[in-house]
Design a protein around this ligand. Structure first.
Ligand code: SF4
Ligand code: FE
Length: 498
């Protein structure tokens, strides 16, 4: 069974034993909880679209391990064409769900893990890559959802892991046993963890010798003994408990994040992919982050498509669609959105083969992509709010539309153009509210800022990758400035003179 249906996926989650605290209570049934369910629906879309013949080329791929058809979320990129298809798949799913569909984190973790374990083994003679491939084969055969857990809680940001007053601020090894390791710590902002079968845990920063016990990576069932979750609140999340459809804005889909706590969790050796090789933690972090920064050039663009469409509809319903400034704002929104897409596609086309055979994106362009994502969705959201008008945040509730005492007043006074019922106008304004201020704003706005690393993390990578030295040489050549001898040559001259 390399391709599950969404129903089979849902049933498989029902058999899991998650321990989730949500708004002060322990949730026993995560699948049907009204606050969690929309996020599950988004992951289900990754299964539904893979069954749809129209999207077979984007949503599925051929496993390089078994030759069988697998969901692209379980696939390792074997070419730049695969990298491009990944971005196109993410745009399609963003358009379909207008939410975070969560499954990319594991795909990005597995692709980073593949090349990194290969390179650790080559340098140190370990057997991490073989273990990882065995795990990957099972992921592909079972069509599992895998989450990637990178972000440690970090405590004092000015101190490395080993210097924190509380040793658990970064997830670490507390015991090495004959049969495996025991780990402790917590991972923050874990997208989709409660909809996942497995979690791949990775270190969050480059590390030195003192931090070796923190340089650990492994796969663990999402409901393993010792793991529990504290669910993250989202703006307007309790609207999902009201039972209506209009006020939630997005009637079916959503995303989720949670704090994931590891209380002395045992991991058998066959699922351990890094254990103390601190010199490779930076490589794993950089590659995972690079893949996820590419991802945003697809998923956020798809959600942006929905927001642009909603703003255009709001303009139609207000009778403002012919105003030249409205047309121009919609053009600007499309321009910004397609610029993000161009970045996602370009870092894919410029990708290259790593030693393991898995393809990696161009890291400079992927970081430029994500840097733009920290800005453009904010401007797109601003323009959508501008076009929508103030009614987006002063609109009465769905219940007032249903109450006979207020229904007629709402239908009379909140009407726009004659041809459009008030309910449609309310629905589109609530959708814009959802995407810019409500539950989906987590995925479209704040996650655009901080997801896959905050803006400064990309600027560090851009500075490392942009080769300023070469640019200076170009300028000198054009301006006719002679190249200075290298410092080492200068030193040699001084020594020779003596
Ligand atoms: Fe995928 Fe985007 Fe969600 Fe990350 S934020 S998991 S790339 S949909
Ligand atoms: Fe994300």
């Amino acid at each position: 069974m390399t391709l599950m249906t969404s129903k089979q996926y849902e049933d498989s989650l029902r058999k899991m034993n998650f321990k989730v605290y949500l708004q002060g209570e322990l949730v026993t049934n995560t699948v049907d909880h009204p606050i969690i369910r929309p996020s599950l629906n988004s992951v289900m879309a990754t299964y539904d679209l893979a069954q749809d013949p129209r999207y077979e080329d984007l949503m599925t791929a051929t496993s390089h391990l078994t030759g069988r058809k697998v969901n692209r979320f379980c696939h390792l990129h074997r070419s730049t064409e695969d990298l491009v298809k990944k971005v196109k798949m993410q745009r399609l799913l963003g358009q379909t769900t207008a939410s975070c569909f969560q499954r990319c984190v594991g795909m990005d973790a597995m692709n980073a893990q593949d090349s990194t374990t290969f390179e650790i083994d080559k340098a140190l003679g370990t057997e991490y890559h073989k273990r990882f491939e065995t795990f990957l084969r099972a992921v592909q055969d079972n069509d599992w959802v895998v989450d990637g857990a990178m972000t440690d809680v970090k405590g004092d940001r000015g101190l490395p892991p080993s210097k924190q007053s509380d040793p658990d601020m970064y997830l670490h090894i507390v015991e090495r046993r004959a049969d495996g390791i025991v780990v402790k710590g917590a991972k923050a902002h874990q997208t989709g963890c409660i909809n996942s079968h497995w979690i791949i845990v990775m270190p969050t920063i480059s590390m030195g010798p003192d931090d070796a016990e923190y340089a650990v990576s492994f796969a663990v069932p999402a409901d393993a003994e010792g793991i529990f979750y504290v669910y993250g609140r989202q703006s307007c999340d309790t609207r999902k408990l009201e039972g209506g459809e209009i006020d939630v804005g997005n009637k079916k889909f959503g995303g989720h994040e949670a704090l994931m706590v590891f209380e002395n969790v045992f991991v058998p050796w066959d699922k351990v992919f890094m254990c103390g090789e601190y010199e490779f933690s930076g490589m794993l972090v950089e590659r995972f982050a690079g893949y996820h920064r590419q991802s945003y050039g697809g998923c956020k663009v798809g959600v942006g498509d929905v927001l642009i469409g909603a703003a255009a509809l709001a303009a139609d319903y207000n009778g403002a669609a012919r105003a030249s400034h409205v047309k121009d704002k919609l053009i600007e929104m499309a321009h910004l959105n397609e610029t993000l897409y161009a970045c996602g596609i370009s870092c894919s086309c410029e990708g290259s083969r790593t030693a393991s055979g898995t393809y990696i994106i161009d890291l400079l362009l992927a970081n430029v992509c994500k840097q733009n994502v920290t800005r453009f969705p904010y401007e797109i959201a601003r323009l959508a709010e501008d076009i929508a008008g103030g009614l987006m945040v002063t609109l009465p509730s769905e219940k007032d539309l249903l109450n006979p005492a207020t229904a007629e007043v709402i239908k009379k006074y909140l009407k726009g153009v004659d041809a459009v019922p008030v309910e449609s106008r309310m629905r589109v304004l609530r959708l814009i509210e959802n995407l810019t201020l409500g539950t989906a704003a987590v995925g479209y706005r704040t996650e655009s800022m901080h997801g896959a690393g905050s803006p400064q993390a990309q600027r560090i990578m851009i500075s490392r990758q942009s080769n300023l030295g070469k640019k200076k040489e170009l300028a000198k050549a054009i301006a006719g400035i002679p190249s200075e001898p290298k410092v080492t040559e200068k030193k040699k001259e001084l020594v020779d003179a003596k």
